[in-house]
Write a protein that binds this ligand. Structure first.
Ligand code: ADP
Ligand code: ADP
Length: 229
């Protein structure tokens, strides 16, 4: 598992309106760092830059000390799994949606892999259960069910680096807690960036960064940040 480092990262979609204004942090190999803050703070932009969806305009991002500008897009995609905030599924079966990206995998192979990796836990939405869910079509699913499928798809890829961008935001609170516990266990020994709206939804992080208007304004453990109010 690699270390991920953001060093004085600057970025703007529109040159007149800076979005990230010098962001630095390190996710030690195999650890989880969470970024919390109000919407519009620039949290999702961090994940898009790490995935090199956009090029940064200042500073640098490294994975295992290697500047991501020198890494091919293909190997970045292999190294990083994103569970995005708004998942778009194909209007095909859940099994197909999970297999997407694993070229040549049959539905049976995908189901086998999913079971082996305990990924069915992410798909089996009560009261439907795994066997019904896996045959359903993506567009029929609720927001929470789509998020479970997106999580399963990303975990099946088994990447060394994970990004959870408000990955449980479409779930009701009981399901959110259950899935969060599963995510925390999936993130063990992976280098993980968790993006969340509220501090209360992040517990298990090595460090939590509070972001406002493109800057990190506070950082610490969950207990330290709670103590500060
Ligand atoms: P957060 O994840 O904290 O809600 P974002 O990183 O999504 O914040 O957005 C930070 C700022 O960048 C916001 O002002 C948002 O409107 C703007 N922004 C996000 N994506 C784009 C885009 N694709 N084009 C232009 N502006 C964007
Ligand atoms: P795969 O895991 O099959 O290689 P991708 O890496 O292309 O798939 O994408 C994984 C998921 O992350 C998809 O749902 C995709 O829509 C989403 N995604 C890809 N790039 C970004 C990005 N820059 N920001 C947010 N979501 C993204």
């Amino acid at each position: 598992t690699p270390t991920v480092r953001f060093e004085d990262v600057h970025f703007a979609y529109d040159p007149a309106r800076p979005v990230l204004q010098g962001v630095s942090f390190t996710i030690p190999a195999g650890k989880t760092v969470a970024v919390v803050g109000p919407s519009g703070a620039g949290k999702s932009t961090l994940s898009r830059l790490l995935y090199r969806f956009y090029d940064l305009q200042g500073g640098r991002i490294t994975i295992a000390e290697q500047d991501i500008r020198t890494v091919t897009q293909d190997s970045l995609r292999r190294a990083i799994g994103i569970v995005p905030q708004d998942t778009v599924l194909f209007n095909d079966t859940v099994a197909y949606n999970i297999a997407y990206g694993r070229t040549g995998a049959s539905q049976a192979e995908v189901e086998q892999a999913a079971r082996a990796a305990h990924i069915h836990a992410f798909i089996a939405a009560q009261p439907k259960g795994y066997d019904t869910m896996v045959g359903e079509r993506g567009l029929k699913l609720s927001g929470g069910e789509k998020q479970r499928v997106a999580i399963a798809r990303t975990l099946l890829k088994n990447p060394p680096i994970l990004i959870f961008d408000e990955a449980t935001s479409a779930l009701d609170s009981a399901n959110e807690r259950a899935i969060q516990a599963e995510l925390a266990s999936a993130a063990q020994n992976k280098t993980t960036l968790v993006i969340a709206h509220r501090l209360s939804t992040v517990v298990d992080a090595h460090e939590i960064l509070v972001m406002e208007a493109g800057r990190i304004v506070e950082r610490g453990t969950h207990a330290q940040l709670l103590a500060h109010g």
